[in-house]
Design a protein around this ligand. Sequence first.
Ligand code: G4P
Length: 536
Amino acid sequence: MTDASLQSLVSSQTALRRTFAIISHPDAGKTTLTEKLLLYSGMVRTAGMVRGRKGGKATSSDWMAMEQERGISITASAMQFPYKGTTVNLLDTPGHQDFSEDTYRTLTAADSAVMVIDAAKGVETQTRKLFAVCRMRAIPILTFINKMDLPTRDPFDLMHEVEEVLGIKAAPLNWPIGTGREFAGVVDCRTFEVSLFKRSAQGGSSRAEITQMPLEEFKKQNLVDADVLAKLAYELELLSVAGNQFDDKSFLRGEVTPVFFGSALTNFGVEPFFDNFVALAPSPRETLAIQDDGNEVLIDPTNEHFSAFIFKIQANMNPKHRDSMAFMRVCSGRFEREMTVKHHRLNKEIRLARSYSLVAQDRNTVESAFPGDIVGVINPGAFAIGDTISEQGGFNFKGMPQFSTECVAQIRPKEVMKHKAFEKGLKQLLDEGAVQLLRSYDHPEGAPMVAAVGRLQFEVLQYRLKSEYNVETQIDVLPYQESAWLIGDPRELRKPQSAGLALDVQGRVVVLFTGAWERKFVLERNPQHQLKDFAH
Ligand code: G4P
């Protein structure tokens, strides 16, 4: 293939890609919406078969079994499928008890995000944090207000909350006709086309039938109760006066979120949402990198030379092989199996021999991939999170941020004799980035502390130290619930006794809080200092 035809292939493939992640609080409906996306894309014929439902609380001994049972749900990777002429990459962001730094890191590989909000609950805590990561990267966000088939809060109220809590403008692109049992359809706020849904005989497991008509026609036909119609007319009137206008540019800058209403369970509003999603969500954009001479450079995805960064490492995905897989996001050019690339950090060439994409437990060999795609490569110990690989070399993608943790524990081997194996195992697992290592600021020589975004990571850590390094460990969970990096002199910091101070592996100071009030206190009392949730 000539350079020109390769470039044209890369350009056309890049334009087709939509790489995104779903952010939501547990139970808002992320799994259900994912299943419906697969249903509407034709990947599955009936929803509900994609993966097992979540069980009860997971423990370390269930870990491997959980992975097998739930396929890719623990390991943040990606599914790829076609949807109406586009190629969609849906990144899996583990939630619930699997919530970890990986969940945040996954967002660094996405070009847009879909925020799912439960219409009865509004914006919940986990959504806020995930949203903050999207803001940090300025990626566009689409909002799907789910569970409209149940009693809901007032739609205006929900939009107001999105704006207040998340600090982003909300612009509805469709509006619900009725809520709860009366939820019958949506009106497109730009074309005033009504979509009315009919429940399918198989419940939500097959597509909902849609009837479309202009709003004026719908008003004449008495298809819903008079009070539902009157409320709709009033709300649309209010929107036309007081609603935010949607504009593409502000959306792409992450300043305004288009809002859609629906019910993932019954499929109402799902198809209009997906259709808008593929039309609005951006294809891969340029990625910022630092050249070897220190200058910044934007890597154009349509450049014919391959480049990618590693955003996740998962060891022992397959207990039979005990191998480790590095997940990369392609940033430019075409990836090809067996290709030899330059590894920037190690300053050497490396052959990408075994490459896979993952659908549930099945590994499919990947022959080629394009910008926005996620490829798993067997990691011969050469990759760390944030590594850049490229065909031409000479630059490094801007480092992967670290995210502030929410759980801290002291860890030590139960047997002193096992100290060496403990240190070795801990180092390897720290390299994978599932936990961070902290030392006390006042007594750095004391027992190390491990810090994680989610508690499950401690169990996974103990399990893996035992099974892979034969070291039994004692974990003592400390009472901290939040942390942040400190900018300013730690000796001058005024803080309550209960808040702790620690150092991370790079010597940066971390403040540990037992609750949100402590953080507020520290912020109020120390105007010279700053707290940061991300560290580069
Ligand atoms: P998550 O991945 O965000 O945690 O949420 P998930 O999709 O698992 O949905 C959480 C629960 O909410 C599930 O019920 C699911 O069926 C239900 N749900 C999701 N979307 C809708 C919706 O639009 N309307 C209604 N009424 N319910 C919805 P569950 O009882 O926990 O699980 P299951 O027994 O149904 O599998």
